[in-house]
Design a protein around this ligand. Structure first.
Ligand SMILES: [Zn+2]
Ligand SMILES: [Zn+2]
Length: 199
């Protein structure tokens, strides 16, 4: 389940409607035009992936999470708030998760050997755990790095777009989110972002 955001103003008490902090979408080559696949209002070729129900949605379009990610079709929409004018907007970026692509079992198995050895040789089980966590971090990072290299050229080009900076479409400010957001109700810069687990 996604986190929800809302703006609460310390000055006038205004509270905005809660909205998801971020969500994923499946980028198709062209809009489907099907009512059963709700698409993003600004990008009709992006099918919003429901959560729960992601697997069914992806399969309906002939993908698994892994194949869609490998193809550079998983997009993440992240909600931002402009500090200058208070406008909410979305930042779209291509989503890649090396662990999900390789399966999370691989780094776990790879890390078990040195962890057991450390634990046995030193005679201290906690050293084994420290070695396990250390190896897990390293292998997960390497795996993430390798999967980025394994991606199609098309996908690699898409990932370059992720270097774009989130920018407010209303006033072009790059100052986003954080505290002291301009309140849309009273205009004071006393809005703060509240994150909740549910609506
Ligand atoms: Zn703005
Ligand atoms: Zn206010």
């Amino acid at each position: 389940m996604p986190n929800f955001h809302r703006i609460k103003c310390d000055h006038c008490g205004f509270k905005s409607e809660p909205s998801p902090e971020s969500y994923l979408a499946l980028e198709l080559d062209k809009p489907t035009g099907l009512d059963s696949s709700p698409s993003h209002p600004d990008n009709p070729a992006d099918i919003i992936i429901p959560n729960p129900g992601a697997k069914i949605c992806l399969e309906a379009h002939g993908f698994t999470f892994k194949s869609a990610m490998k193809d550079g079709r998983i997009v993440k929409y992240i909600r931002k708030y402009c500090r200058e004018c208070g406008a909410p907007f979305e930042f779209r970026k291509y989503y890649i998760n090396g662990l999900q692509m390789a399966g999370c079992l691989t780094p776990v198995l790879v890390s078990l050997v040195p962890a057991l050895l450390t634990g046995l040789l030193s005679g201290h089980w906690y050293l084994g755990i420290i070695a396990f966590l250390g190896c897990l971090g390293v292998t997960a990072t390497i795996l993430g790095f390798l999967t980025e290299r394994m991606l199609s050229k098309n996908h690699a080009e898409k990932l370059l777009q992720n270097k774009d900076i989130p920018r407010c479409p209303h006033c072009a400010s790059i100052e986003t989110t954080g505290s002291r957001i301009k309140c849309p109700e009273c205009g004071f810069r006393s809005g703060k972002l509240i994150v909740t687990r549910s609506k």
